[in-house]
Design a protein around this ligand. Structure first.
Ligand code: CTP
Length: 477
């Protein structure tokens, strides 16, 4: 591992271990991300003995501005230094009771501590000690799993997940973020232990879910959540989207897999978590509005309206914020059919303008959602929808530009002209104002107050007008 740990923090950690004689190792996400060459600002350090004593000494050795917090009850400490957070914990052996996440903790060795970790790739540790500095300790072949892109628990997965059921969500989150596969036994154990997620707080579940949603390809995580049965525990409304019903040889599309496609499409165009949530929820009311009509086939009339109404109660239950982010998601779910519906009639300026007013600042995001929603497997149909959407986009841009110009005012007003030339003749004022306006519209000068001001002075002089400052100079002579 030589050469990779060269920054000041690591050097001070090594120095502290040497100085105090207290053994210490880097462990967890920092080691994993270091090996994956991913940026990581959270450094976990495990020490033999007291994490608090080591942290105190380390903070002193840094000899710089730091913020140190001690958690005496847990025997841990955190040092904030620049944009890094360094956590210190004494090596421990943990065992858990079935109905609680609170562990019974005893002091332990490095290996005890590695065993209580969630995944082999998170149990890797690097020594900070003088005798074997930078040696990698990898009792569970985490390095191989990193290379082969595998998520696997160090111990029997039933034990690891039973100790802390949140780890089932974490397994899926890491698989999604890193593009790894969950090893078969580990995956089966998640399915077997899914009910244990019920002891985990909604806030912690949603924090993991949001990390899945913010990954490059969120559908990976949702497929795992669906297949293991976890999704049904905290988000049955999404599970209800799955499946195809047939009547008289006519089926509708599977709205769960369609939603995942829309979500992945949105993820290619935007990092906005709430736009991604709008993709997840855009068809959420389809099961509740589904009807079959002879001759017409399957319909989901009003699913956008009913879906928008489902957003608030869902956000409340899922522990998502009930603020303007929620209102934005409601709005996008409600409007998600409108841009395409516009293309089915003659697209009038007023229809476009009405949509722009309703969508407000969310108009560009609505167009991303709408475009992402075109997932037809029929290439000709897809092409037609996309071309129609382009027409709507162009219309929106045109109407926007027309409205902007209609409401546009030059940066120099009549009042500016009166004040600078001390004139009152409306004809002269109007002529000069018009010249400035034309110069900007023709592109001779920019739509900018300074440039327009200079232009006003120049043109005013050319018209034989005197500026206030030159009038004052003449009077003073
Ligand atoms: N850990 C664990 N079980 C958990 C949470 C954490 O075993 N439920 C261990 C893992 O070894 C993990 C380390 O604690 O690597 C640090 O946890 P955390 O900071 O939550 O995760 P990271 O692995 O650092 O990853 P990320 O920052 O992406 O959450």
């Amino acid at each position: 591992m030589s050469g990779v740990l060269s920054n000041k923090i690591i050097n001070k950690l090594k120095y502290t271990s040497q100085n105090t004689g207290q053994q210490a190792w880097l462990i967890g996400g920092y080691v994993r991300d270091l090996l994956l060459k991913r940026d990581c600002k959270d450094i976990d350090v495990v020490v033999l003995g007291s994490g608090i004593d080591f942290a105190k000494q380390f903070a002193e050795n840094l000899n710089d501005k730091v913020l140190v917090t001690y958690f005496k009850n847990f025997g841990t400490a955190q040092v904030k230094y620049r944009d890094f957070e360094i956590e210190f914990v004494g090596a421990r052996k943990e065992s858990y009771q079935r109905d609680s996440r609170k562990p019974i903790v005893e002091d332990g060795t490095l290996e005890d501590d590695q065993k209580r970790r969630d995944f082999t790739i998170n149990a890797l540790s690097i020594s900070l000690n003088a005798k074997d500095a930078e040696t990698l300790y990898d009792p569970f072949n985490g390095l191989d799993d990193l290379k082969n892109k595998i998520i696997r628990t160090p111990l029997d997965p039933d034990k690891t997940f039973s100790d802390d059921p949140l780890r089932m969500m974490r397994a899926i989150r890491f698989a999604t973020q890193l593009g790894f596969e969950i090893e078969e036994k580990t995956l089966k154990s998640i399915a077997d232990n899914k009910q244990r997620l019920e002891i985990i707080s909604g806030e912690r579940i949603i924090a993991e879910l949001n990390k899945i949603i913010l990954s490059n390809e969120p559908s990976i995580g949702f497929r795992y959540l669906f297949d293991t049965g976890l999704l049904n525990i905290f988000f049955p409304e999404m599970v209800a989207l799955q499946g195809v019903e047939w009547i008289g040889g006519k089926g509708h599309k599977d709205n769960f897999y369609h939603t995942l496609e829309v979500l992945d499409n949105v993820a290619k165009h935007s990092d906005n978590l709430w736009l991604r949530w709008a993709a997840i929820l855009h068809d959420i009311a389809k099961p509740a509005t589904k009807k079959f009509f002879e001759g017409e086939g399957w319909t989901f009339h009003g699913h956008e309206d009913k879906g928008a109404k489902m957003v608030r109660p869902l956000f409340r239950r899922l522990r998502l914020p009930l603020n303007d982010k929620m209102k934005y998601v409601e709005k996008l779910v409600f409007l998600h059919l409108r841009p395409i519906a516009l293309t089915k009639e003659t697209v009038t300026d007023s229809a476009v303008r009405r949509l722009m007013v309703e969508a407000g600042d969310a108009i560009d995001d609505l167009l991303i959602l709408c475009q992402s929603d075109i997932t037809s497997k029929n290439e000709a149909k897809k092409k037609k929808y996309l071309a129609n959407l382009e027409i709507v986009k162009q219309k929106i841009a045109d109407v926007g530009e027309k409205d902007r110009l209609r409401n546009w005012q030059p940066p120099i007003t009549g009042k500016d002209i009166i004040q600078n030339f001390k004139i009152t003749d409306p004809k002269q004022i109007g002529t000069l104002k018009n010249k400035i306006r034309e110069a900007i519209l023709e592109g001779g000068i920019a739509d900018d107050r300074n440039q327009a001001f200079e232009y006003m002075i120049k043109e005013g002089k050319a018209m034989g007008l005197k500026t206030v400052s030159s009038l004052e100079t003449t009077q003073n002579k």
